[in-house]
Structure formats: C-alpha cells, structure tokens
Design a binder for this molecule. Structure first.
Ligand code: SF4
Length: 108
C-alpha cells in the first residue's frame, strides 16, 4: 500500500479551481436580482429615470406621454406582470415596471 496520496485527477482539480468563480457568479446573480435602480443613482440621474412614470415632469420632458412606462419600453426585459425587471440601459440594476426614463422607446 503506497503511503502517499495520488494527485487528484485533472478534471477534479479543474473543478476545484472553478468553485470560487462559481460562488462569485451566483453572488453576482443574486446581487443583481436584489438591486433596484434608485432615482438618486448617478446613472439614473443621467437618464432622468423616475421609479413612477406618474411623477415625470411633462414640461421638462415634452416627449413623455402618459401611458409610457418601462413595461412598454423596447429596452425593458422584465416578465409581464412583474413589479420590476432588467433594462438594457442599466446593466446591474432592475427598474420598476411603472418607471420611465428619457430613453423610453416604443416596444416594437
Ligand atoms: S430605457 Fe426604457 S425600460 Fe429602461 S429605464 Fe428607460 S424607460 Fe425604463
């Protein structure tokens, strides 16, 4: 019986090396799902994002028409009926379905 332990097979070593990466990835996915864009976030300010389209200043934004919301914007990726979802503009944060920003575009 040899006294030394054989080295783990290569595939096992590769898997072990991957574990921290997988952990970081699942953390990112969870963090992303938990993070709602705030009106005070710099990227939100840059796009004049409002969490409630009803609060959009129609004088400041003449292109805004009542009825326009993230839920019917071309860049919105949330599930139908969900309160919030991802937006193509804000990579790591969700926007509210009833929100609006200056980049609103009619869903095709
Ligand atoms: S681009 Fe569209 S979905 Fe994204 S925040 Fe602006 S209005 Fe909402």
């Amino acid at each position: 019986m040899p006294s030394h332990h054989p080295a783990p097979p290569r595939s096992r070593r590769q898997f072990i090396a991957l574990v921290p990466a997988l952990g970081a990835l699942s953390w990112c996915v969870r963090a992303r799902a938990d993070t709602l864009l705030k009106e005070t976030d710099p990227e939100a300010i840059a796009m004049d994002y409002r969490a409630d389209a009803g609060k959009v200043d129609a004088i400041r934004f003449p292109k805004f028409k009542p009825g326009q919301t993230c839920a019917n914007c071309a860049l919105y990726g949330g599930d139908q009926g969900a309160a919030s979802g991802p937006c193509g503009l804000f990579m790591f944060k969700d926007v509210t379905a009833i929100g609006w920003c200056n980049a609103w575009e009619k869903k095709a």
